[in-house]
Design a protein around this ligand. Sequence first.
Ligand code: TRP
Ligand code: ZN
Length: 878
Amino acid sequence: MRHPSTAAIRLADYRPADFAIDSVELDFKLHPTKTRVTARLALRRNPAGDASAPLALDGDDLTLVGVTLDGVALAPGDYEATPDRLTLAKVPDAPFTLDIETEINPSGNTQLSGLYRSGSAYCTQCEAEGFRRITYFLDRPDVLSVYTTRIEAAKGEAPILLSNGNPVARGDIAGTDRHYAIWRDPFRKPSYLFALVGGDLGVLRDSFTTMTGRKVDLAIYVEHGKEARAGYAMDALKRSMRWDEEKFGREYDLDVFNIVAVSDFNMGAMENKGLNIFNDKYVLASADTATDGDYAGIEGVIAHEYFHNWTGNRITCRDWFQLCLKEGLTVFRDQEFSADMRSRAVERIGDVRGLRLAQFPEDAGPLAHPVRPDVYQEINNFYTATVYEKGAEIIRMLRVLIGEETFRRGMDLYFERFDGTAATVEDFLSCFAAASGRDLKHFALWYSQAGTPVVTTAGDYDAAAKTFTLKFQQETAPTPGQSEKKPVVIPIALALFGENGQKLDLVSDDATPTELARGLIELDAAERVIKFREVPSRPVVSLLRGFSAPVRLEPAPANEDLERLLALDDDPFNRWQAAQGLALRAIFGRLETGALDAKGLTEALRSLLAKAEDDPALVAQALSLPSDIDLAREKASDVDPDVLFDARMALRAEIGRSLGAELEAIYARFADEGAYAPDAASAGRRALRNVALDLLAAGDCEKGRALAMAQFEAAGNMTDRLAALATLALLGGHAREEAFARFYAQYAGDALVIDKWFSLQAMIPEAATTQRVLSLMSHREFSLANPNRVRALIGAFANGNLTRFHALDGSGYDLLTSVVLQVDPKNPQLAARLLSTLRSWRTMESRRRDLIEARLKHIVAQENLSADLRDIATRALG
Ligand code: TRP
Ligand code: ZN
C-alpha cells in the first residue's frame, strides 16, 4: 500500500536526475501471485545531476529478491531496501550495470496501477507512478531509456504476450508448458510509458500504410468472441493515423501498433508506446450494445491515445507539473480530429458543454488549480478537467491568436526541436513565439493562474453619431493559494449585426486593423473600450464566437437580442448559446417570480424545428436544456437542487406542450431508416428524434409513455432503445419497471450494457432511488472492484441525480461517503475521484453545506486513508 506522503512536491524544486538509465532489460516470469521481475539497468551519472548523490531508486510496495552490481551480488550491507526505496550509498563513477530482482503479486493488486490482472489477463498501468510498483527505478518522466522486454508465461494462461515496440523473438521453453516473447522498443521513453500484457485474448487485425509507404501491422486485442465489436475502433485508428499525417505531418514510427481492451481500468485509456491499453468501454461497440455517444467516445479516445505517440511519447514531459503539455495538446488534437470527422459546430458545442460542466465548477471551488500546477501532494489527483480541457482551450486560443498557418509552423518547430526529449510548457511556447514573432509571456499566464475569468461587457449606441461603444472588463476571482489575479490575454471573436441581419464591417480607431479585419479583439488589460463607427442602427452583438476563450460572459444579452442571434447568427456555436441563454432566463425567471415565461424561447425553437432538416444535430443541441449541474453552476451560491429541478421540469413540460404538434411531426419524420450507421449525420437525426421524444413525454405523459414503450420494443439499435428507456425511467410506473426488467434479461452479463442499466436507475429523480441504489449495490452483477461499474451506479447517482444525491436527510451523502471509504483501501484513485464529486459543496445552501462538511470531516478523521483520498478531502475542506 502506498504510504500517505505528506511532503508537497513543488515545481520550483525541480532538479535533473542524478543518474541516467540508458537501457533497461526486463524479464518477467508471469505468475498469478508470485511474478518474478528482473531489471538490468545500464546506469551512469548524469552530468547535470549531483556528482556525489547516492543512487536512490523509487519503489512502491516492492519485495526485493536480490541486487547485483556489475555482475557481483551485493550483500545486505551494501544497500538499503524498503518497499518504497532502494538506496545504494556508493556506486562507481564509471557507467555500471545493476540487476534488480523483485517479486510482485498481480492478483493482489486491486489499485489497477503497476502489474495487475483484469479478468484472467495480466496488464500494466504505469502512468503516473506505477512502474515503481513493478521494479525499483528512477520513476520520473525525464529519465529516458531504451527498453527490451522478455515475458515468460504458461502457454494456456497467456498465449498472447505483448510489450512496447517491435516483436523480436518468441518460442517455447523446451520441456515445459511455458513460452516466451521478446519485444524491443527502439525509442527512448520514460517508465510511465512501459506496458506489458499477457493473456488469452481474441484479436482483430488490419494494417496501415504510412505516408512514406511503410506497412504497419495493427491489432486490437479483446475478450474472445468480441472481435467484431472492435471494428469501429479499428476504423477510427486508421482514420486517426491518416489525419495526423495530413494535418500535422506526423507519421507512425514502429512496425506494429497494438491496442488491448480490458474491463478493469481506472481511466479511459493509456498511450503506452506501441501498446495502448484501453478501458474496453472505449473500444467495444456494436449497434445493439453501444449508443451514438459511445461511438463518438471511442473515436475520440482512440484518436487521443494514438496522437499521444507524438505529443506525449516522442516528446514527453520533463516532470508531472508539465502534464498539460501532453494532455491539453492531445485533447486539442483529438477535438480537432472529431470536428473534421463529424460536424465542427456540434463538436464544439459538445466540448464547451463538457468544459462548463466539469472544468468551470472545478475552477470555481476548493480544488481549483492552474493548468500547470506549481505544487501537488498526489499527482494522480491532477488528471483533471483543468489540465485536460482547459489545457486544450489554451492551445485553441493560441491558434486563434496567431492564426492557423502560423500555429502549424509552431507545431512543426516543436516537433523538430524537442523530438526525443522531455520538455516543458516554456519549450512549447518558445516555438510559437518564434513562429509568430510574438512575445507570449503575458499569454503564458493562462498556465499559471487558476480560475475562470469573467468578462463583463456593456454596449452603448449613439444614434446621432452612429457609434456603438463596447466596454470590456475582465476579472478573475481568487482561488486557493492565489488571492491576487492579473488580467490575462483573452481573444474575443465578435460580430455586429445590423437591423436586417446583415453583418456590419467593423470600423474603429480603438482596435488594430488586424483585429477589425479578423473580428477578433484581444482583451489583455483589466479594461478596454472600443468605439465602433459607421453603425447604422443599434446592433446585435455576437460575442465570444465559437467560444473563443474559456471565460464567463456577463451579463447575458437581453432576450430580444438572444432571439435575434438564435435566428440570424452565422456562428452556429452562438446560435446554440442563444438558445441556452433563453432557457436559463426562463428557468431563473421562474425561480424569482414563480411564473414561467418561455414564450420567446418556444417561438425561437419553433422556427428552428421548421428548418430541422438543415442540421438535425444542431437543432437537437438547441433543444437540449441546461442540466441541473448547469443550473447549479449558474446559480453559483445558495444552491437548492429541488428548486432548480422543479423549474427545469416546468420548462421542459411547457416546451413539450407548446411545441407538441411540431415535435410529433419531427418524431414521425425522423423515424429509424433501417440499418444502423454510426456516422454523425445519422446520429444527429436520432438525437433530434430522441430529444423530441423526451420533450413530448414532458408535455404529455401518456402520449410519451406510449411512444417510448413502442420505441423500446421496436428499436433496432442501442441509441434508440436506451433513449426510450430513459424516457420511461422519468415517467415511472409499471411500464418503467417492466422495461428495466426486460432490458436486464436481454443484456445480463454484457458488462458495458449492464453499466447503462445501473446508471439509468441511479438517475431516477424520485425519493425511492437512494434505496434502489443501495439495493443495486447488492446485485450480483455489482462490484466495488470494477471502476466502470462503480462509476455507472455511484457516479451516476452523485453527478446525474442532484435532487436525490442532495436529499435533505443526508442519505445521498452517507451513501457516497460509505462507498468512498469502502473503495479507498482497494483503489485509492477511484475513491479520490468519486469524492471529487463534492468539489462544489460550498455553493450549496447552508443545510446541505453543513451536512457535506460533516461528511468530509468524518473522512479526514479516518486513519489509514490513502494519500489520494486524503489529499482530495483535505483540499475540499480547504
Ligand atoms: N495518459 C492517459 C490519457 O491518455 C491518462 C491515464 C490513463 C492515466 N490511465 C491513467 C492517468 C492512470 C493516471 C493514472 O489521458
Ligand atoms: Zn491523454
